[in-house]
Design a binder for this molecule. Structure first.
Ligand code: F0G
Length: 463
């Protein structure tokens, strides 16, 4: 029997032990010591260390199912006790982890131990800014800024777990298709792990900062003549045929890492759920991760109320918003186009998981035009916070919901900013030099002469 076949045989045997002993509504395993992978479509199970990119029985997407968290004595950890456990593992504590992902290890990848590849990452701030409140039309809007991660986007949270899994598997190389942020994160973590990285990005549709990072961190970068959806098909074929470990967000371990955006946010809010969590959506991996985090946090008694999840798409790339409007009766695909290149995706891979996330949270899916996205970005940038275009879709979405009376005064809302302002310097330079853009902050070229400075100040109320 080849090693691979052997691993599969073992996987089935192992999975059988756990097949029927789920509790917490089947969300966690009540016995055993290891997490399993379970197909979301047909229920087929695989061992944690199986490298399959999708279900070998039906090609459905895999979900991770963990053993219900326990204390060192083996007693179940629930509610207050689990909150205390996570508090103990916060950065500055004696048992603390410097990572905002790995302090939630028991809900992410229990037992990862010495395999962990961590920058560290996470521990991103929850901000409030009066200027953003005024724009959105709500007081106390909380901004979870994932651009504060080491490579400047939330993708680091999934990638620390994905690359750790690659190490556990002894993968010879890792690969992804990307609109740029996943590729930057993969390149960085693969470099740290010493594993070759291969990325597929759409020609001409990846922001400069992301391409620059990916090259600098040393991933082999393939610029594909096609869009993101073409890249994703290509990398899946390449991974299957060349035995490279696939690290797109269809990888269930990536989803586990990205759950910690929600866990960390809830912890920052004292485990008092907000009324709404609003995030930009493209390939829908993050929407799926948020849904899983909320489902598990509720089942474990970490929160007693589930917030409504709102996914916001760019109008030119909004198949999921269209699906939402017809009750998710149809899985739409579109040819995507938007200025927000991060979410320029027409055939989202995590569709079914994201439908579940929206349904279970009584959530909503919106779309915003490029103009609305840019309007929000300009306000976020000028508040000194800054974000890349796709991220601003969340604030544009909040504004829409306030205007439509869905979000009412006094409700608590968290908007997630997914990427850093420097990810897309091209759009900033373009916007602020444009003659037809009212809020343009045009740079002024002068001679190296103080009188030239004085002349500028006479003309404009700079100080
Ligand atoms: N915001 C940013 C900044 C992103 O880079 C992405 C996705 C999203 C939002 C949407 O998240 O795909 O999980 O719905 N970027 C991927 C990439 C596609 O390749 O970096 P999603």
């Amino acid at each position: 029997m080849s090693d691979h076949a052997h691993a599969h045989a073992h996987a089935h045997e192992h999975a059988h032990d756990h097949a029927h002993d789920h509790a917490h509504g089947g969300l966690f395993l009540e016995s055993g010591t290891e997490s399993i992978q379970r197909c979301a479509s047909c229920g087929h199970t695989l061992a944690a260390l199986d490298a399959a990119a999708s279900c070998p029985a039906c090609d459905g997407l895999l979900d991770i199912v963990h053993v219900a968290p326990r204390d060192v004595m083996g007693a179940p950890l629930h509610g207050m006790a689990l909150r205390a456990h996570f508090a103990q593992h916060c950065c500055a504590r004696p048992l603390g982890s410097p990572s905002g992902v790995w302090r939630f290890e028991s809900l992410v990848m229990p037992g990862a131990g010495s395999a962990i590849v961590s920058h560290p990452e996470g521990n991103t701030p929850l901000l409030t800014r009066p200027a953003i409140d005024r724009f959105a039309g709500i007081e106390g809007l909380r901004i979870k800024h994932e651009g504060h991660n080491p490579t400047g986007s939330f993708k680091d949270r999934g990638m620390t777990v994905g690359v750790t899994q690659a190490v556990r598997l002894g993968a010879s190389a890792v690969a992804c298709a990307s609109t740029g942020n996943t590729s930057a994160a993969l390149a960085s973590y693969a470099a740290q792990a010493g594993i070759p990285g291969l990325v597929f990005v759409p020609a001409g549709k990846i922001a400069l900062g992301k391409l620059a990072q990916t090259l600098g961190y040393g991933a082999r970068t393939l610029i594909v003549r096609g869009d993101f959806d073409d890249c994703l098909r290509l990398v899946q074929d390449a991974a299957r045929e060349l035995g490279i470990y696939l690290l797109n967000s269809i990888n269930p371990w990536r989803v586990e890492g990205q759950k910690t955006i929600v866990l960390e946010m809830l912890q920052q809010l004292g485990w008092e759920s907000p009324d709404f969590i609003v995030l930009p959506a493209g390939n829908l991996g993050n929407t799926a991760a948020f849904g899983k985090a909320l489902r598990e946090a509720h089942a474990l008694g970490l929160i007693d109320r589930v917030p409504r999840l709102v996914a916001v798409q760019a109008a030119g790339s909004a198949p999921f918003a269209r699906g939402y409007r017809d009750g998710f009766a149809t899985r739409y695909t579109v040819t995507a186009d938007t200025i927000a290149t991060a979410i320029r995706i027409g055939d989202p891979a995590s569709w079914d998981r994201a439908v579940r996330a929206i349904r279970e949270t009584n959530g909503m899916v919106l779309s915003c035009t490029d103009d609305e996205i840019i309007e929000a970005k300009v306000v976020i940038d000028a508040a000194g916070v800054g974000c890349e275009p796709a991220s601003a879709a969340s604030v544009a979405g909040v504004r829409q919901l306030v205007r439509d009376g869905v979000i009412t005064p006094g409700q608590r809302v968290v908007a997630v900013l997914t990427g850093h302002v420097l990810k897309d310097p091209g759009i900033l330079v373009d916007l602020h030099q444009r003659a037809d853009f009212a809020s343009a902050n045009r740079p002024i070229e002068i001679d190296a002469d103080v009188r030239a400075v004085a002349r500028v100040l006479e003309q404009r109320s700079v100080v």
